[in-house]
Ligand binder design. Structure first.
Ligand code: ZN
Ligand code: ZN
Length: 273
């Protein structure tokens, strides 16, 4: 992970570095000013780790300190093909579902997850979701780029973020899943793009107090195709959410896309928890 991280920082540095030509100097002047301001901001408000609250010095992430970074568990195969949850130890039966996914009857093909939703990974999403933490997106992007199994999985697909109800989106002013989808598309490159083809039509109450059966009932008809949106049956679609819990939300969205004609349909989440 550290090797990959160093390579990534190098690439990032090269991309943002100013070149020797006068044109790039002119283009990069705002970049220099931004870096100076950021340097100044770091002195006045040093970056603080989203997980432990300690100061972040060195390390490869800006909002997770070096001692906390190894607590981010990037998922590698073998894993459940429906939710992406990793199988630990010996696995003889590739392509099987984990016990949590039995009974889900997924309306989509396969599921992948970038991390286990705990520790600093969970703290990054919480910062993004509840504390206007758009500043952590660069760290999330760095983690996505470190996982070729995720970037390979989503490359050249149409990423569809799970929508918020308009009331909630007005309150929060942004949809964190949309921002996450944009980061995923940027990291994967190719023709990967984001299309908000879904809308949330029912303002469902918080899911946290419901059991699995209640969640499903609660989500029935909660989503619909967005006004004017069309599904191209020859495009590969991938639903994006921040966390895979029971899969009910993603499955409900997948049902809408299937009924609208999506043939190749998978899901990806930032964390599994
Ligand atoms: Zn920390
Ligand atoms: Zn599973």
């Amino acid at each position: 992970m550290n090797d990959g991280g160093e390579a990534i920082s190098e690439r990032t540095a090269r991309r943002s570095g100013s070149g020797p030509t006068s044109e790039s100097e002119a283009v990069d002047a705002p970049g220099v000013a931004r870096r100076l301001l950021r340097g100044l901001a770091d002195v006045v408000f040093p970056p603080v780790c989203v997980h432990c609250g300690g100061l972040v010095e060195g390390g490869r992430l800006r909002y997770v300190c070096a001692p906390c970074e190894p607590l981010i568990h990037l998922v590698h195969p073998p894993h459940c093909t429906t939710c992406g949850s990793p199988f630990f130890g010996e696995v003889d039966d590739e392509g099987r579902m984990c016990p949590h996914c039995e009974g889900l009857h997924p309306q989509y093909g396969e599921g992948r997850t970038l991390t286990l939703f705990k520790g600093p990974a969970r703290a990054l999403v919480h910062a993004l979701k509840y504390h206007h933490g758009q500043h952590v997106l660069a760290d999330i992007e760095r983690l996505v780029r470190a996982s070729s199994s995720i970037t390979d999985f989503i490359r050249n697909a149409v990423l569809v973020p799970v929508p918020l109800h308009p009331r909630k989106q007005r309150q929060r002013t942004y949809n964190q899943t949309m921002l996450l989808a944009e980061v995923l598309a940027k990291a994967a490159g190719g023709t990967t793009r984001v299309e908000s083809v879904l809308q949330r039509v029912v303002d469902t109450p918080s899911q946290t107090t419901f059991d699995r059966k209640e969640r499903r009932a609660n989500l029935k008809n909660a989503f619909a195709l967005a006004k004017g949106a069309t599904i191209n049956p020859s495009s590969p679609y991938i639903l994006v959410d921040d966390v895979f819990t029971t899969g009910s939300t993603l499955n409900s969205c997948a049902g809408v896309l299937r009924r609208a004609g999506a043939l190749k349909l998978d899901v990806v989440t930032f964390g599994h928890g």
